[in-house]
Design a protein around this ligand. Structure first.
Ligand code: DAH
Length: 345
C-alpha cells in the first residue's frame, strides 16, 4: 500500500510538472484530490492491515494528498504569472507605428450654398418653409395665377402623375400653401428651399431635377424698393461687396410687375468677358410684386396687403460662385469634384 501511495504521488507530481495551462492543472486537481480520488480508493484497503500499520498508512495518505495539493498550488502560481505575462505582451502598444489617417467626408457644394442662403435670410428675419415635392396642380399652377390652359404653363414642362397631381416644377407652390395657412393675416416672411422637377433633357445647363429657393414677403406697405434692397444685400453677401444689381422688366404670371435680376459680373467686375457675354451682367433670379390675384386666391385682402417674391436656382448660384461649368457635376457626385469643397483639405 505504501508503494501504491508513493507511486501515485510520483505520477501526480509528474503530471503537475507537465501541465502547461490552468485548465489541465484543474483537471489534475479534480482527478487526484476529489472525494472519490485514487488516494481514498487505495486507503479503502486499510481494513486488511494490522492495527499498528493503519494509522501509519492513514498519515501517509494525508502526506501524499498534502504533497499533491501544495505542488498544484505552486504550479498554479507559476501558470497564473505566465498568463499575466502573456496578456501584457499581447497588449503592448507600439507607439512608433505610423498612425492611420481618418477620412472625413465633406458637405455637398449645393448643400453648402443652400445653407449659406438660408442663414443669410434667417439673419434678416425670414423663416424656412417647406412643401411637398409631389404637388397638386392647384398649388403648382392655379393658385399662382396659371389656370388650366394658360400658355405660360409651357414654360415649365411637367411630370404629371395624374391629371391633378404632378412633381412640382418650382418652389412657388410653397408660397400659395403658406399664404393659405396664414388665413389672410400678415406678415409673412419665408424662404422655401427644395427640389423641383421638369421634363428637360439633361445637358450642361439643364437637369430634370434641380433645386430652387423661393422667397416671399407679405405685409402692409411692402414696395418694390424693399425687394430691391433685399436682393442687393443678397447679391453682395453671395458674390462680394463690390457687386451691384439691376432689375429688368420680365413676365411671371404670379407677379406684377415682374423683373429679372442681374448681378454685375463677378468674373470681370462688369468690364465684359466671355462669361457675361460682354454685357458686364449675369442673370441670377426672377422676382416681382405678388400679383393681386394670387393674394386674393390665398385669402389676403390685396387692398390692404402687398408683397414681393423671388425665385432662384442654387445650382446657378453655386456655378457662378465656384466657377463650375456643368450642372451635371452636382448630380454625378464624382468624389474628385466633391473633394474640392472639403473644408479639411
Ligand atoms: N417660379 C419661377 C420659376 O421657376 C421663379 C420665380 C420667379 C419665382 C419670380 C418667384 C418670382 O417667386 O417672383 O421659373
Amino acid at each position: 500500500m505504501e508503494q501504491q501511495l508513493k507511486a501515485l504521488q510520483t505520477e501526480a507530481l509528474q503530471k503537475i510538472e507537465a501541465a502547461d495551462n490552468l485548465k489541465d492543472l484543474n483537471d489534475i486537481r479534480v482527478a487526484y484530490l476529489g472525494k472519490k480520488g485514487p488516494v481514498t480508493e487505495i486507503l479503502k484497503g486499510m481494513g486488511k492491515l494490522s492495527a499498528e500499520e493503519r494509522p501509519k498508512m492513514g498519515a501517509l495518505g494525508n502526506e501524499v494528498r498534502g504533497a499533491i495539493a501544495s505542488s498544484i498550488e505552486a504550479k498554479q502560481t507559476v501558470l497564473e504569472q505566465a498568463e499575466i505575462q502573456k496578456q501584457l505582451e499581447n497588449e503592448t502598444i507600439d507607439v512608433t507605428l505610423p498612425g492611420r489617417s481618418v477620412k472625413t467626408g465633406c458637405q455637398h457644394p449645393l448643400t453648402r450654398v443652400v445653407e449659406e442662403i438660408e442663414d443669410l435670410f434667417i439673419s434678416m428675419g425670414y423663416t424656412v418653409a417647406e412643401g411637398p415635392e409631389v404637388e397638386k396642380d392647384y398649388y403648382n399652377f392655379e393658385a399662382l395665377n396659371l389656370p388650366k390652359g394658360h400658355p405660360a404653363r409651357d414654360m415649365q414642362d411637367s411630370f404629371y402623375i395624374t391629371e391633378d397631381i404632378l412633381m412640382r416644377t418650382h418652389t412657388s407652390p410653397v408660397q400659395a400653401r403658406t399664404m393659405e395657412k396664414h388665413k389672410g393675416q400678415g406678415p409673412v416672411k419665408i424662404i422655401c428651399p427644395g427640389k423641383v422637377y421638369r421634363r428637360d433633357n439633361d445637358d450642361a445647363t439643364h437637369s430634370h431635377q434641380f433645386t430652387q429657393i423661393e422667397g416671399l414677403v407679405i405685409d402692409e406697405n411692402i414696395s418694390m424698393g424693399d425687394l430691391k434692397g433685399t436682393l442687393e444685400v443678397f447679391a453682395k453677401k453671395m458674390f462680394g461687396e463690390d457687386r451691384e444689381i439691376r432689375l429688368r422688366p420680365s413676365f411671371f404670371p404670379f407677379t406684377e410687375p415682374s423683373v429679372e435680376v442681374d448681378v454685375s459680373c463677378m468674373f470681370c467686375g462688369g468690364e465684359g468677358c466671355n462669361i457675361c457675354k460682354g454685357t458686364g451682367w449675369i442673370e441670377i433670379l426672377g422676382a416681382g410684386m405678388v400679383h393681386p390675384n394670387v393674394l386674393e386666391m390665398a385669402g389676403f385682402d390685396s387692398k390692404k396687403y402687398t408683397g414681393f417674391a423671388f425665385g432662384m436656382g442654387p445650382e446657378r448660384i453655386a456655378m457662378l460662385k465656384y466657377g463650375i461649368d456643368d450642372i451635371r457635376h452636382f448630380y454625378t457626385n464624382d468624389v474628385r469634384f466633391l473633394k474640392q469643397f472639403s473644408v479639411h483639405q
